[in-house]
Design a protein around this ligand. Structure first.
Ligand SMILES: Nc1ncnc2c1ncn2[C@@H]1O[C@H](COP(=O)(O)OP(=O)(O)O)[C@@H](O)[C@H]1O
Ligand SMILES: [Mg+2]
Length: 234
């Protein structure tokens, strides 16, 4: 079943400092994903990878083209031109975004940051906290940090809390911007293992990786931003 289809997608930024400067984000982007497929965006810094994820999430408006999201109930949402309330609905139930950096409120513990995602889906507080702890332990977060705000954590620890939060109650499509960027090999592999697990459960993902081995291990498709097509053998 098709889950996500991107057609002739283009983004141009108009920067309103010192007159109006037009900055190219990306253009001519086309790909299609089935349920449970993982696509990686591959290309040099500045190629527009993060901007594509932000456009898919509608943090950025589309300049031209289409983003069709196929929901389980058979309806199609064109993310490029749907209403704000349709987008909020989609984000609530179907579309998740794991940003490069953790963005959370102060004074909320690591366990609560992660457990909240499950509680919002109807899980009891007790079970949600238990599952959150399991996930944090799996990702090598020390137990003594569980009840502390992640704002004081190291970059790598924050990133793992961010991943835990993003995948503990996964939406049907997840957008991942360099989820393993500041992790060592052991923790990178743990994150990839978890992503493979939710992929098996049918979660569709679009991701960006620095590390080629990582990218190849998880990807069904690799979209080459320079060639504007899937990379050979993908
Ligand atoms: N909010 C923005 N306003 C203006 N230009 C932006 C904005 N976001 C991204 N860009 C520009 O779009 C281009 C692509 O950036 P980005 O998507 O971050 O690339 P990548 O993630 O592949 O490194 C860059 O030239 C960047 O300066
Ligand atoms: Mg980027």
């Amino acid at each position: 079943m098709t889950r996500l289809e991107v057609k002739n997608l283009k983004k141009t930024f108009t920067v309103h400092t010192q007159g109006s400067v037009e900055v190219k984000g990306f253009e001519d982007i086309n790909f299609k994903l089935k349920q449970g497929e993982f696509l990686s965006l591959f290309g040099p810094s500045g190629a527009g990878k993060s901007s594509i994820l932000k456009t898919l999430y509608r943090t950025y408006n589309t300049t031209s083209g289409e983003i069709n999201f196929y929901k389980d109930n058979g309806s199609i949402v064109n993310i490029s031109n749907s209403t704000e309330s349709e987008i909020l609905n989609l984000r609530k139930n179907d579309l998740g975004y794991v940003s490069q950096f953790l963005q959370i409120l102060p004074r909320i513990s690591a366990v609560d940051v992660v457990a909240t995602e499950l509680i919002q889906k109807g899980e009891s507080e007790e079970v949600a906290k238990e599952k959150a702890k399991e996930m944090l332990s799996f990702l090598n977060i020390k137990e003594e940090l569980f009840n502390i705000s992640p704002l004081t954590f190291s970059g790598g620890e924050q990133q793992r809390v961010n991943i835990a939060k993003g995948i503990i109650a996964p939406k049907s499509v997840l957008l991942l911007d360099e989820p393993t960027a500041s992790l060592d090999m052991t923790n990178t592999n743990k994150v990839i293992d978890k992503l493979l697990e939710i992929k098996k459960q049918g979660v569709t993902m679009v991701g960006i990786f620095h590390d080629m081995d990582c990218m190849k291990r998880i990807s069904d498709k690799i979209y080459d931003m320079k060639e504007k097509k899937y990379a050979n053998n993908y």
